[in-house]
Design a protein around this ligand. Sequence first.
Ligand SMILES: [Zn+2]
Length: 578
Amino acid sequence: MRRPCFGGERLRGRVRCGPVPPASEPTHGKTLPSAQCVSGGAGGSSFLLTKRPKLVVVIAIDQFRADYLTKFDPYFGATGFRRLLSRGASWTGHYGHYATYTGPGHALLLSGSYAYVNGIGANKFYNAETRRSEAMVFDGSVQILGMAKTDPDMDLSPKNFLGSTVGDELSLATGGRSKTISLATKGRGAILLGGRLGKTYFINEETGEMTTSSYYMRELPVWMLAWNKKKLADSYFGKKWERVLPPEAYAVSVPDDAQAEGDSKGLGKMFPHVVDGKLSAPGPDFYEAFTRTPFANDYELDFAKAAVDGEKLGRRGVTDLLAISLSAIDLAGHDFGPFSQEVQDLVVRTDKQLGEFFEWLYGKFASDEVVVLLSADHGATPVPEQMAAIGFDAGRIKKKAIKEAIDGALTKRFGAAGGEGWVVAMEDPHVFLNRKVMADKKLDAKEVERIAGEGAMTLKGFAGFLTRTQLMTGAVPPTDLARSLVRSYHAPRGGDVVMWTQPFYFWGKYGEKDQGSTHGTWYRYDSEVPVILVGPGVRPGRYGVREMVDVAPTLSYLLGLTAPAGSEGEVAPVLKGD
Ligand SMILES: [Zn+2]
């Protein structure tokens, strides 16, 4: 009897049909479109010259600047980054969008698409329907398993991600039999690597266990229940994070007591950082502190191994995809800055941790059975106060000042808005204006947007702006910076004015603080990340600088897949036989 299939897997010249996933399992899954298997031929996939690997492992290190690989190379071992660099193709990836944040970066990485297509233009946006700011991966129709409350800051599902990812295309090409499993401690990174069809896991910061949302499933799989029973996070309670290298090795970073470093969740500003959240027993503050330390990498990689075994990834006759976003460097980077000893220590420890993970991985699979892609979602901005202290023009722009400047300019020209005021939300780089007042007063939107932008430009640190009208009509300057803002602009979730800053300035969540740092601009410190691709079919070597939208089509081509829907990059010249 013919079983239903979708497309079928065309490996080794024949279509193989598999069962569609059970409809009862994922609440979003329904069933994949199905057809009767009728073909036994090669199906026109003559480009597929080699068999697909058993497993694709994607490692996205959150907030990992391209220069971390060179700056800290002297402290790396043989089995981590250096192993990948010597065996694979490597290049510097450049994010061509403006909003170099976690959501947009992870959304672009495996889709090869920009936000104007994929919809993930920033980490948050103002939802005109609900009249509030929401996380880009918030989803009001689902909940986190094991958590009673849901709030609009939560990362819950890829509902707002439009198009497809490499993992989605793998699934579509195999009748839904290829699995994508993605994980992180930070939900948004994992969710966007998982695409629409993957299963995504992240930490529950109330319990320290890994969980997911009801978008993906109603109950956690058995292997995961067993893993959670280990209470791995709790085993780090009260531990001290000490420097792993001799003190003199940290001379390439700023002193441990450098100015404007942060102190989150009781970790303190200097080594050793005691990881207890200032609690007497594990609880939410501890789990939040824990995610900022190197111990969180051990936790994630241990969970990744359990996922490979529990889901039998790479052992099921199809190519599976495991995507790991390591969140710790980002969280510590926000607290201590990219030039801190903490970030150096974390990078060096990440090298060791990945080295151990690769030993395990290559012990399980032959090297020609696995493709590994290592990259990052964005870089990091130096701490402005540290830059200003050595003579750079650098700083933070406060939201209150921005709001006052815009409100003042619009009130002067058009009168008071009343009620909510002229500015209803600010989610950098977007300012959302009061469109209701604009309509009630019968104002020309183009003019209101321009006056608002000019108001913001009176503040030190801003360098330019584009209006919604300009962005939607393409009336933008012919500069790469302006193009990056167009790429980051998804009109249904876009603001009325978007501003760019001078180099070394920022605004937004981390602009409100007076310590730590962030990322989120077009400037190279935020937009350059490493890319390393290792596996069968990849020609080892160094390949200069390439756009990050090239990564997904390159991986797709390597796997013999259609590139993801909105993908617009080129296949990098790193594949054998091309
Ligand atoms: Zn990030």
